[in-house]
Design a protein around this ligand. Structure first.
Ligand SMILES: [Zn+2]
Length: 297
């Protein structure tokens, strides 16, 4: 087991594009509240809602993990996934879309998610080409701004926020249970990946973290795209780190610092201890934002 995870980590470290594949070995399910569950270890965090006639799922993990995901969902209620909501297009959140679509799930996502999935993408940061998705996995219901899904005793409200992680990010809030999925607008305890190639930006991330703070309260169970389940206080810390980071980048770029100078100066020292131990190491955090902000300057 140890040996396996060690090897996985090497693979993950050497090929950023498969960074989250290392987690695929341990897919697990934990109850959240009411009939809602967290499925983790399959890429991005997944929420499952159990209804009398089937399941609703938020995000569909990595394609490598589809069998493991279905192995877990088969044990919940009737097991059949009838509704799928995608928080954004990334492959660690849409990996089981094709199989779920083929099995008849209705797939809901913001319209930019469908556009990007249908077209295929290139992720500069990971030097990775993503092929167009098989039409069977594409969203069947798209929206521009917001809407709701009524499912069993719940009404889940979803809303598209301004470009931040990508240009198709949506949050979804199960109002009765007060469970919230922030997609990759939220990373708990680690620097977030920001997809500048999909119109993402650090300023967008900082702005949306503040928006999310107004949507949740102290008792909200907050599921981030990556990392452990969070509370409002964790989102506040994340928002503060993003605002502080934005300020640091603005000042350094204004001062004409090169990437090498910034990496040598370690201006994020105060944040690195808490946020720099995830998959996005301090040097990568600087390089990603430096390149992205230079490009859009
Ligand atoms: Zn993502």
């Amino acid at each position: 087991m140890l040996r396996r995870s060690f090897l996985c980590n090497i693979v993950a470290a050497s090929a950023g594009g498969v960074l989250l594949r290392a987690q695929a070995a341990g897919v697990s399910v934990a109850p959240l509240r009411d009939k809602l569950y967290l499925l983790s270890g399959a890429g991005g965090n997944i929420i499952i809602q159990e209804g009398p006639d089937g399941l609703l799922m938020v995000d569909s993990g990595l394609s490598d993990s589809t069998a493991a995901i279905l192995g877990q969902t088969d044990k919940i209620g009737k097991g059949q996934i009838t509704q799928l909501f995608n928080t954004h297009w990334h492959t660690d959140h849409t990996g089981s879309n094709v199989i779920l679509g083929q099995k008849g799930a209705q797939i809901t996502a913001q319209e930019n998610v469908k556009t990007r999935l249908a077209k295929g993408q290139y992720m500069e940061f990971f030097k990775r080409k993503v092929d167009p998705m098989d039409p069977a996995g594409l969203p069947t219901v798209t929206f521009k701004d917001k809407g709701k899904i009524k499912f069993a005793s719940e009404t889940a409200h979803y809303e598209h926020l301004p470009p931040a992680h990508t240009d198709g990010d949506s949050i979804i809030h199960f109002h009765n249970a007060n469970v919230f999925h922030g997609g990759d607008l939220l990373f708990n305890g680690m620097y977030p990946f920001i997809d500048y190639g999909s119109a993402g930006s650090l300023a967008g991330m900082a702005g949306n973290a503040e928006r999310i703070l107004k949507m949740v309260d102290e008792s909200t169970i907050i599921v981030p795209g990556h990392g452990a389940v969070a509370k409002k206080g964790d989102v506040k810390e994340f928002a503060d780190m993003l605002a502080g980071s934005l300020d640091i980048f603005s000042k350094n770029l204004k001062a004409g610092k090169t990437l090498e100078q910034m990496q040598a100066d370690q201006p994020f020292k105060a944040y690195d201890g808490k946020w720099g131990n995830g998959f996005m190491k301090p040097e990568a955090w600087i390089a990603m934002n430096y390149a992205g902000m230079k490009q859009s300057a």
